[in-house]
Design a protein. Sequence first.
Length: 248
Amino acid sequence: MGLHTHDFAEIFWVNEGTGLHLINGRRERLQAGDLWCIHPEDSHALEVSGGDSFAITNVAFPSEALEWMRTRYFSGQTRWFWTKERRGDRVDTARLHALNAAADQLAAAPRDRLHFEHFLLGVFSVLTGAREEEGLEGAPEWLAEACRGMRAAEAVREGVPAFFRFAGRSPEHVARVTRATLGITPSEYVNRLRIAQAAFQLRMTSRTVTEIALDAGYENLSHFFHVFRRLHGMSPRAYRERLATPQR
């Protein structure tokens, strides 16, 4: 995608892969968890780097809606769309999952200001808390590094062994500190990452449910269905069909 401007605003975040963002004469590295608010006057382009897949979620909307939001909610703000020098934000895995869930809801909702406003305010709410990774305040650096390492799709496929390897501590110690810090076990942490990856594939690709489950690291399909239903309240097929069916 070459350098371009447009007459609308947009917000995008990176779900997987790495790349470059050319923005107003600068080159910024992109990786999973990076989020950018693009103003209509910005000149930007995306470049994919490496041989891995690169997937983003992008939401575009009229520039007048952006000005209306600023006047109503963010008068005097110098963040996000209203910075003098555009800078990206970073969100952790849990917030990335929340953003994709919000985008799912927006895709299935009526095209009106109420639902758009609900979505964008939710994004700003996520960004307000994104300065520190959720649940990792005060956590040892090795645990934060392990969580960052698990953003890679290949690490998610490998699962708990990858988490332990990134942590560089004994499995018993990692499990104990993870439960104390995040409130969940390493296995549950990996399950949430895998299901988030699978949900993204269900939304954005036409791959079969079996292919998606295997790519996320689930060799036992019944276990995949069980975990997906527990986290999303529906089967993978129903999840995909809900997004594909226009809402009246």
